[in-house]
Design a protein around this ligand. Structure first.
Ligand SMILES: [Zn+2]
Length: 150
């Protein structure tokens, strides 16, 4: 247990350096941690080093930014009407990477839960009812899985 705490602290510090462990990711991690879900972070043995890996439930949680990952049918994802070539290239490459990662994970038998930062987590708000509700749905899904795996 102590190790998890250390990891939390360490990754908080890391977030300033590497742009990993971003606020949306931290919101999800804190929620899972508070509800006793054990996970690994940025697992190097898996394609694309997914954000959150719950080995016991064979589940990957990928936290994505609506903007940079071009969330379909989402006002935050569609908002970008290609403002610059640089931005559009970056969005395109993250979308392609997401597809590759997802395929690999599925092929290896992982369940995938994708969480979007702006529309689902309302990441810019300090508190959000929508976020709480959404995360509780995710938790419910995980707990159901853990019931069937036991
Ligand atoms: Zn979205």
């Amino acid at each position: 247990m102590a190790d998890v705490h250390d990891k939390e602290t360490r990754s908080y510090n890391m977030s300033r350096i590497k742009g990993k462990n971003t606020r949306p990711e931290m919101l999800v991690r804190k929620y899972l941690f508070a509800h006793g879900i054990k996970y690994r972070l940025h697992d190097k043995t898996l394609q694309g080093k997914p954000d959150i890996v719950i080995k016991k439930l064979k589940t990957i949680i990928d936290v994505r930014g609506c903007f940079w990952h071009s969330h379909k049918d989402c006002k935050y994802g569609d908002k970008i009407k290609i403002e610059s070539i640089k931005i559009s290239e970056r969005v395109k490459s993250s979308v392609e990477r997401d597809k590759l990662n997802e395929k690999k994970w599925r092929d290896e038998g992982w369940s995938i839960i994708i969480i979007w930062d702006s529309c689902e987590l309302e990441v810019k708000r300090k508190n959000s009812e929508k976020r709480e509700k959404y995360l509780s749905e995710v938790l419910k899904k995980l707990l159901q899985k853990s019931d069937t795996s036991n």
